[in-house]
Ligand binder design. Structure first.
Ligand code: BES
Ligand code: MN
Ligand code: ZN
Length: 496
């Protein structure tokens, strides 16, 4: 779906649903000029709704006017953005996605978003126009992939009404929205459809579409590359493992590379340490890290960022079987580290161990991995905040700042030496589980053993990557979280 940029008076926008943001302070005397003109065309309807208290401007409040003969649009959907001086990109996104979700229930709808100028607010017009484009892309796509009657429909036309200078911002927002939708779709598809080979096939297709180099490592190659830890996890499944390597070469040959590594467990049954029914229900989402990498790589390529980025996905299915890896097994990872397996459900770190070591061997100078790694991280930070773990304070701060700029909550966790003792093994170098407490940190400490001295950030997205229910402001299922943060972190690499 393409997004067009339109200019001109709001009352003249020819669309089925015109979405207009307004703030609580927008009383008729202080209406921004385009809103005042719109209200005049409507004979003062908006002013009357404000004085009657029917609309307040509260964040994400919707008010639909379905019969608006005075203006070119078929319907007017007013959406509150909350107080302008406390507006953040996360709040504006919430308001706009609530509105685009509302408008996308019917098929073949033309939708447009008009925003007041942010002159007095902390958001600049560029970010606002970008968010509007993104909201048009993401709000009309849902998780009802397998319904005979889909709950949501792509807009037949989508427009951002703004001034002409914002066309680059609109393009960027649209690209990010499409990248997020790709990540969401991959997560939302069932494990029956998405397994290592089909994920890799899709990566090849997507790479060809957007100009990324793509290489797929099959089982034999993974054996040649000594990825004993990843291969052990894959052993119990009829689906053979894959590692996908994508490359965007936007800078010179000698420029340093950022590597983005994603956990791609296409289904996590727990293996012989089998999960409960309740714990297993949503485990098609356990490849969200790999899907996030894929989404971000498409955006990095389409934006043609002047940086070198390598995207890697470690793809396996974790299943119980006569051939499964077992408790007490000792694995040798690519970098020679030996690992005692004490829980086959702590499989994500075993997959990432080899792929992180491979990224280091490819010459990556900065690393970010993303993984639905631990339930413990969800206990620590809740369902909406990403856990940040690192071996390098400067690189960690850069990634956290990228998340803040992107409106995606992320929080640093302590990586103290004392946690290293908790994964020591009597029979091997390390074991794959620590004690119950601090489980997100011991998992990160395990990963740290495979990155040498490369500045590395681990993002535990077990909470925010998958939402269990629909809300007015966001669809349930895959969320596409951290796609924007990855793109922003790659953009920050441009500057040093
Ligand atoms: N994929 C899970 C983590 C997870 C939990 C993701 C909930 C999304 C939502 C991971 O492989 C896992 O099973 N982790 C175990 C680790 C434990 C065995 C040390 C966990 O969190 O219980
Ligand atoms: Mn697991
Ligand atoms: Zn897992």
């Amino acid at each position: 779906m393409d997004i067009t940029l339109a200019t001109g008076p709001w009352q003249d926008v020819d669309t089925d649903w015109l979405i207009v943001g307004y703030a609580p302070a927008d009383s008729p005397e202080t209406f921004p000029a385009p809103l005042a003109a719109l209200d005049e065309a409507l004979d003062g309807t908006i002013a009357r709704l404000i004085s009657s208290g029917d609309i307040t401007g509260k964040l994400a409040e919707l008010h639909l006017l379905a019969d608006v003969p005075g203006i070119a649009a078929g319907r007017l959907l007013l959406v509150g953005v909350g107080s302008i001086d406390r507006l953040t990109s996360a709040k504006l996104e919430k308001a706009l996605v609530t509105a685009t979700r509302r408008a996308s229930k019917a098929a073949s709808v033309r939708a447009a978003i008009a925003l007041p100028s942010q002159e007095d607010g902390i958001l600049d017009d560029n970010s606002a126009a970008g968010l509007a484009a993104m909201a048009l892309q993401t709000g009309c796509v849902g998780q009802s992939l397998y319904r005979t009657e889909p709950g949501r429909h792509a807009f037949s036309e989508a427009t951002v009404v703004s001034d002409a200078q914002q066309s680059a911002a609109v393009d960027r927002g649209s690209i990010l929205g499409q990248a997020i939708n790709l990540t969401r779709e991959m997560v939302n598809r069932t494990a029956m459809e998405v397994y290592p080979e089909t994920f890799a096939d899709r990566a090849v297709t997507v790479a060809n579409e957007c100009g990324l180099e793509c290489e797929v490592l099959d089982e034999n190659r993974l054996r040649d590359e000594r990825m004993g830890s990843l291969l052990a996890v894959a052993q119990g499944s009829t689906r053979p493992p894959r590692v996908v390597v994508l490359r965007h070469n936007g800078a010179g040959q000698d420029a340093p590379s950022l590597a983005i590594v994603g956990k791609g467990v296409t289904f996590d049954s727990g293996g012989l340490s089998l999960k409960s029914n309740e714990g297993m229900k949503t485990m098609k989402c356990d490849m969200a890290g790999a899907a996030t990498m894929l989404g971000a790589m498409t955006a990095i390529a389409r934006l043609d960022l002047p940086v070198n980025v390598i995207g890697l996905a470690g793809l396996v299915e974790n299943m119980p079987d006569g051939n499964s890896f077992k408790l007490g097994d000792v694995l040798t990872a690519r970098n020679g580290t030996t690992i005692e397996v004490l829980n086959t459900d702590a499989e994500g770190r075993l997959v990432l161990a080899d792929v992180l070591a491979y990224a280091v061997d490819l010459g990556a100078r900065r690393l970010i991995d993303l993984a639905t790694l631990t339930g413990a991280c969800v206990v620590a930070l809740g369902e909406e905040v990403t856990g940040v773990f690192s071996n390098d304070d400067e690189w960690r701060d850069q990634v956290v700042e990228a998340s803040a700029r992107s409106g995606e909550p992320a929080w640093p966790m302590p990586m103290l030496d004392l946690f290293d003792d908790l994964i020591k093994s009597d029979v091997a170098d390390i074991k794959n589980v620590g004690p119950r407490w601090g489980g997100a940190i011991t998992a990160a400490k395990f990963l740290e053993r495979f990155v040498d001295d490369t500045p590395w950030v681990h993002l535990d997205i077990a909470g925010p990557s998958f939402a269990s229910s629909n809300k007015a402001h966001r669809e349930g299922g895959g969320t596409g979280c951290m796609v924007r943060t990855l793109v922003a972190a790659a953009e920050a690499m441009e500057n040093g």
